[in-house]
Design a protein around this ligand. Sequence first.
Ligand SMILES: *Cc1c(COP(=O)(O)O)cnc(C)c1O
Length: 424
Amino acid sequence: MNEYGFNTLAVHAGAQPDPATGARATPIYQTTAFAFENADHAAALFNLQVFGNIYSRIMNPTNAVLEERIAALENGRTGLAVASGHAAQLIAFHTLMSPGDNIVAARQLYGGSINQLTQGFAKFDWHTNFADARDPDTFKKAINERTKAVFIESIANPGGIITDIEAIAAIAHEAGVPLIVDNTLASPYLIQPIEWGADIVLHSGTKFLGGHGNSMCGLIVDSGKFDWGSGKYPTLSEPCPSYHGMRLWETFGDLAYATACRVLGLRDLGPALSPFNAFMIINGIETLPLRMQKHCDNALQIARWLKQNPNVAWVNYAGLEDNDCYNLHRTYCPKGAGAVFTFGVKGGFEAGVNIVNNVRIISHLANIGDTRSLIIHPASTTHRQLNDEDRAKAGAGNDVIRLSIGIENAEDIIKDLDQAMNAT
Ligand SMILES: *Cc1c(COP(=O)(O)O)cnc(C)c1O
């Protein structure tokens, strides 16, 4: 399939007319379980001797189309679809981590991921050492003998930082650990992290892949390239009590990691994706290349307009020539610097509140990656519990506005921002 171009894969990868009915769109296999052919077939399925559908917590034919499609778009070996982006992170790390282990992660991550790493994961005795996404050497310093993975975002939400994936991959590999990249903000249309050395790619499919702000989803893509045989990853290299002492790495090779995520992580932790949501995300992905280009073109036009606006103190968008990440943008994602960025409004907290209260077609809410343009003032919402100093440190100072630019006419978004800034 991979001889085809990206747009073709976005429409076709993993899907074919339904063998039972000829249905051309991927059917929603809305079933919990699948009938066995006989007792021997059932036994072979449970022993992992043959691969097939048993129960939709572990595997479902609609979800399988989505898994194959995202693996094709990311140029990975195989994929796994789960209920949300955070579920993907939970399962991706669960396969690698034991109590007392740590993750070395960029400090510049989606706020929900910081909570998950520092609070949710701490309950499993998994810890995180933070590094600076803008300085690969800080990752080297943060890695120790209990580090099991390095975790970054390709484009970091919301600072619009473009991460030097290749440099950080080299540091992770030197330490014998995989690089895991959250590629949500870029999508494989802008960046394919595996091409730059990433071992595992994660997505909140909720955002640009689904793209219409209507369905939660998470995805894990395994490059199939990492060697799990060092003894650091007992789930993969040691005999597995769930499957008669089978060693997954020895048995499944370049499918071992994704298999463990499915038949141990998803089986035991349980955040399965509904086939209906898989259907919605599959449909979203078909137009990903068209939407993503429009998102980026609009974002650049709007960032340029903001830049010369007298009400605006600063604009942080990697697509602008004077941005610190401009050169990384030209290297990693020349088609566009994404659709999510921040700017500072003159007049601080009050001026920020004024804008979100007065926008008309831009929606005031906590999401990104919708066809619709979205706006949020972090200081009065997601970061309101912090004091002024801590807000500023988190990149959510009183004057900060975050935009996720949609696919409307850019002139209409500009007009809306303009009237909201000038409303009294
Ligand atoms: C939204 C988001 C997540 C979490 O995904 P959910 O689908 O909301 O669980 C993780 N990473 C990034 C970059 C996100 O934007």
